[in-house]
Design a protein around this ligand. Structure first.
Ligand code: ZN
Ligand code: ZN
Ligand code: ZN
Length: 386
């Protein structure tokens, strides 16, 4: 994540998000939230330092208190330009001073010391990106304090997108779709996976992505490994090729997969592709408000299991997407979180036949008032490439 986002959000939007987060933290029994540079800070304030250094930058959120962003003095002018800056106060610290004591004093000023002193006090939620050295520094400055993972305590904090966020996600999805429409026309046979991956990255950027997170090109037997990213294997006629690519456009994510075939496929390849397509359709059709996340996984998985390939679908059906390309909610057995209009996530079943080939089909889907809407809509038929 570099630079600040160009998302069209106002200080009021960020104020509302910070208030919501502070309230959610209190409701979850947390004393407050400490948010380091990363996706949570971008979502809450629009601030993304150009370089993340060892100097402490930390947003302090506590219910009923104004948000405070602790920043190094030399980065304060940049932070003051963040779109969310008018909704918070900046507290800068200069080299040689102790930023942990300053942050601890801030937390003290909120009346927290009672809960923070001694065992059994409410834990403070900390974003995943906080460096261990910063957390250790705070622990020293606030003896007896305890901490909890923000993502674990508030997994759905960023899950429900507002209308402007949905538009940005749809635009990122459309850019990924435009990328697929182009890539299916490039030559595959005789080129290396890494060559096609480079094409994918170039296209994503051409269609407006500032950040490319992944360009998976998994040909032939490599396709059977869902973790295979890209290698030097030369693609051959007869290969199935799993393509899975995405990144950030205007600060919001794209992520789509299609599986193409080089030349005419065998009957078995067609059948396996059909099953995955049906599974993806079933997962999509399961999406509606109130349905548990795990039901989306079950719907997709049932199609593949009924066709006899259950043991070859070896990952969850989907993951959330927003200011990152992988985040809650997860479409996985055991996740009982009900779907809420505005949630956005992937539906991406696959079948992986070891040593032979793999198929995955993935769309980003958003929950509407009465069902789901796809943010990717290129053909899900098996496309033949050259
Ligand atoms: Zn083949
Ligand atoms: Zn993907
Ligand atoms: Zn995905």
């Amino acid at each position: 994540m570099t630079g600040s986002t160009v998302a069209p959000f106002t200080a009021d939007d960020y104020r509302a998000r910070m208030e919501r987060a502070a309230r959610a933290a209190a409701d979850a029994g947390l004393a407050g939230l400490l948010v380091a540079p990363g996706p949570d800070l971008v979502w809450l304030t629009g601030y993304a330092p150009t370089a993340i250094t060892e100097r402490l930058t930390l947003l302090v959120l506590t219910a009923g208190q104004d948000p405070v962003l602790v920043v190094p003095t030399l980065e304060a002018p940049d932070a003051a330009k963040a779109p969310g800056a008018p909704a918070l106060s900046l507290r800068d610290w200069t080299d040689g001073k102790d930023p942990y004591a300053a942050t601890a004093a801030l937390l003290d000023a909120t009346g927290l010391p009672h809960s923070l002193k001694g065992v059994g006090g409410a834990p403070i939620g900390v974003s995943d990106n906080a460096w261990a050295m910063h957390l250790l520094g705070l622990q020293k400055a606030l003896p007896g304090s305890s901490y909890a993972s923000l993502t674990e305590a508030l997994p759905m904090l960023r899950a429900v997108k507002d209308a402007a966020e949905l538009e940005l996600l749809a635009a990122a999805g459309a850019a990924a779709d435009a990328t697929y429409e182009e890539i299916r026309r490039v030559p595959f046979a005789g080129r290396r996976e890494s060559d096609v991956a480079r094409d994918l990255a170039g296209l994503l950027r051409r269609f407006g992505h500032a950040q490319v997170d992944f360009t998976i090109v998994a040909s032939g037997p490599n396709g059977a490994n869902p973790h295979h990213e890209v290698g030097d294997r030369v693609i051959e006629r007869g290969d199935m090729v799993v393509l899975d690519f995405g990144g950030l456009k205007n600060g919001y994510g794209s992520d789509t997969s299609r599986t193409v075939h080089v030349g005419e496929p065998t009957e078995e390849e067609r059948r396996v592709h059909d099953i995955v397509r049906e599974a993806q359709e079933a997962g999509f059709r399961a999406v509606r408000p109130g349905v548990a996340c795990q039901e989306v996984d079950r719907a997709a998985r049932a199609v593949i299991a009924d066709a006899g390939y259950g043991e070859y679908f070896i990952h969850r059906t989907g993951h959330g997407i927003g200011v990152t390309t992988h985040e809650p909610p997860y479409m996985i057995e055991g996740e009982e979180q009900p779907l809420v209009p505005g949630m956005c996530f992937s539906v991406e079943p696959g079948i992986y036949l070891p040593g032979r080939f793999g198929v995955r089909i993935e769309d980003i889907v958003t929950v509407t008032e009465d069902g789901g809407r796809r943010l990717n809509d290129t053909t899900r038929e098996l496309v033949i490439v050259d």
